[in-house]
Design a protein around this ligand. Structure first.
Ligand code: IMP
Length: 231
């Protein structure tokens, strides 16, 4: 994988410049990421790929889609699921890839369900079943959590995204997105995620905030995210 290049330029300089002129003063330091990086993202989900690649494109990073299904363990923790999946996939793919796991946690009567069981619930009862479970019950809030797991060739590192808080709608709305998007209304919004475009969702989402943390880490490592054992 080519290295992520970070260099210093004055604030007035367009970030599309490949290399700053020699007279650049150190006082005007800011960091830009040059468009040389390519990283592999493992998922069988077209929507997840669309969101990740749109967010990366904005930062000049190209994402290679490794379209692959993998077995997920059943566990109580989203981070453990992401980490274990990544360890398993690493045997096949080697280094320099990431994947993610996401859970929807519904408060009130559901007490955080389905959380790490979101995939199973989505496949079995789906949005209609989830709404049925909430009928006549105290709703409370809900949130999404995404954890990214990255294998650098030595260790698997995980990056927990911010939480996207919201509420569950009374009925599904919208035709974009996937999974629970049609029934999830982010806090401060009146539309469901399925009524938003990919870029609108990326402005606020659990997935894009996990991605930002991951990309910050890669940038800090000169792009290859090479880990030190036990760090
Ligand atoms: P996964 O295990 O990470 O694939 O996610 C579990 C389930 O949550 C998936 O089957 C999706 O239906 C749902 N899901 C994951 N991410 C999102 C999202 O961003 N919006 C809506 N539903 C999602």
């Amino acid at each position: 994988m080519p290295a992520l290049t970070v260099c210093a330029v004055p604030p007035s300089m367009p970030s599309t410049l490949i290399s700053p002129p020699k007279h650049v003063n150190h006082i005007f330091i800011r960091f830009i990421i040059l468009p040389a990086m390519r990283i592999r993202f493992v998922t069988s989900n077209q929507w997840k790929f669309n969101e990740i690649s749109e967010a990366c494109r904005r930062k000049g990073i190209e994402v290679e889609w490794v379209r692959m299904k993998y077995e997920e363990i059943q566990a109580d923790d989203t981070e453990e699921i992401a980490r274990t999946s990544c360890e398993r996939v690493s045997a096949q793919l080697g280094s320099g890839f990431f994947l993610e796991d996401t859970g929807l946690y519904v408060g009130g009567a559901l007490g955080g369900f389905p959380g790490p069981y979101s995939s199973y619930v989505s496949k079995t009862i789906g949005n209609a079943g989830l709404l049925k479970l909430l009928e006549g019950k105290e709703r409370g809030g809900a949130y999404f959590l995404t954890v990214i797991a990255y294998f650098d060739g030595t260790v698997v590192r995980t990056f927990r995204g911010g939480i996207l808080e919201g509420t569950i709608a009374d009925a599904p709305r919208g035709s974009n997105g996937f999974g629970f998007d049609p029934v999830f209304i982010p806090s401060g919004h009146s539309r469901t995620l399925a009524e938003m475009s990919t870029s609108e969702k990326n402005m606020i989402s659990h997935r894009s905030s996990a991605l930002s943390r991951f990309l910050e880490y890669l940038a800090g490592r000169g792009g290859n995210g090479k880990a030190v054992h036990g760090q």
